[in-house]
Design a protein around this ligand. Structure first.
Ligand code: SF4
Length: 427
């Protein structure tokens, strides 16, 4: 039977098709502002010409070669921490150089050559540059941390942070491949590199052994992938010996900032430890590059699922179209958008804070306007370490006493829904 046959179950009369076409036009109209600009938003794929030029220039400045560029240890050893080198990579005025020096006396800074290659050398508003090049705003922020309790009352054992019943964090190191200017852990970054040794790790593992309700452990830092493959293998193996541990997670920004770290050896080791999840942090579509895509491919082939936790950052991604492009690019490289964090009120990062209304506006423009798979949860971390709390636009308008639910749809229609359950309210 043909689909044009009126008795076919999928048959649609032509006049109804016309209604559907009009509806489709209305849907497209709703996203027309995004469609107009989506191809102009810079990504790590459409900026390849400039990134390759930057890479050549950086290799020349640092005296490296193409083979070394693929070696994460080379990037680590040659991390840019010096204004004389930085000024050969991006344009800096004398005033900016002085400001970086001054801020550097208070907060250290470090940029992997790979991440530096994503910066526009001429654009002061480049979203990559803003994340890693210090500004005087950090130095000038002398207001104390507004919520010190979140830090000091949530560590029941060395290296452990615990905010929930069934999961906790092991803070294994304070080292990262870049020191993000918006980092929540700015104080832990400190001035000295630390990888906490096995002795200290054993106390953390003992606490987990003694806590049978813990089923999920996040190893982070700093950056979990700073640990050597052997040390990470040891921690994962020790966790696997604990019968109540069901899943292990790694917190690493290196997928975005130094994807060369995802070596075949690392992946082989991780593949022996199922299930391992990895949460990373891409904040702008410019960070989604072919190298990042390859790193994610290797992780997925090793059985590691990758999720993304962005931070809402003023002047970087507090824009509905930039964030929509970011979540689309993430899905293209098989990373699931997971959270958007509201930036906290910590000393030295306050200037990155965007209004919560910006986060809600982004969520309003994602839900329904794009695939549900692309929609992360917008999170505010409650004061005093009381945990991540989702914030979302309001869709529920009313639940009245007659079992009717009043709500609005993503497209703005107000609907009433009979919430009747068969068998209930009978008689
Ligand atoms: S990678 Fe993570 S922990 Fe390290 S500086 Fe950036 S935000 Fe902080």
């Amino acid at each position: 039977m043909s689909i044009t046959d009126p008795s076919h179950p999928m048959y649609v009369p032509e006049e109804n098709r016309e209604i559907a076409r009009e509806r489709a036009k209305a849907y497209v109209e709703m996203v027309s502002d995004y469609l107009e600009i989506r191809d102009t938003i810079p990504t790590g794929f459409n900026q390849q010409e400039q990134i390759q030029m930057n890479r050549k220039r950086i290799l020349k400045v640092l005296g490296g070669n193409e083979r070394e560029w693929d070696d994460w240890n080379w990037h680590f050893k040659n991390a840019i921490r010096d204004t004389a080198i930085l000024s050969k990579i991006i344009q800096l005025t004398d005033e900016e150089l002085q400001e970086i020096e001054k801020t550097g006396t208070q907060y250290r800074w470090s940029i992997s050559p790979y991440f530096a290659s994503l910066m526009d050398p001429e654009d002061r508003d480049c979203p990559i540059r803003k994340q890693v090049v210090p500004t005087i705003l950090e130095y000038l922020d002398k207001k104390e941390i507004e919520d010190p309790y979140a830090i000091i009352y949530n560590s029941p054992a060395p290296l452990i942070t615990r905010l929930y019943a069934d999961r906790l964090i092991i803070n294994a190191t304070n080292i990262c491949s870049v020191f993000c200017r918006h980092c929540l852990r700015k104080k832990d970054i400190d001035t000295v590199d630390r990888i906490y040794p096995k002795d200290e790790m054993k106390a953390a593992l003992q606490y987990i052994k003694d806590s049978p309700e813990i089923r999920d452990v996040l190893i982070t830092g700093g950056d979990a992938l700073i640990l050597s493959d052997d040390y990470l293998d040891w921690i994962l193996s020790e966790l696997e010996k604990i019968p109540h541990i069901e899943i292990m997670r790694l917190g690493s920004r290196m997928i975005a900032t130094l994807p060369q770290r995802v070596t075949p050896e690392l992946c082989e080791m991780l593949s022996r430890h199922n299930p391992v999840y990895l949460n990373t942090q891409f904040n702008h579509p410019k960070e989604i590059t072919p190298e990042a895509q390859n790193a994610v491919d290797r992780l997925i082939r090793s059985g590691v699922l990758v999720g993304n936790q962005s931070v809402l950052l003023k002047g970087i991604n507090n824009d509905k179209n930039v964030m929509k492009k970011l979540v689309h690019e993430l899905l293209r490289i098989r990373v699931r958008p997971y959270y958007i964090f509201n930036c906290k009120k910590l000393q030295g990062i306050r200037h990155f804070r965007a209004p919560i209304a910006d986060g809600l506006n982004i969520m309003e423009n994602l839900r329904g306007y794009t695939s549900g798979l692309a929609v992360p949860t917008f999170i505010i971390t409650a004061p005093e370490g009381k945990g991540k709390t989702p914030l979302a636009p309001t869709y529920l308008l009313n639940i009245n006493r007659n079992g009717k639910v009043l709500f609005r749809t993503w497209g703005g229609y107000v609907c009433e829904y009979e919430d009747e359950i068969p068998g209930e309210n009978a008689g």
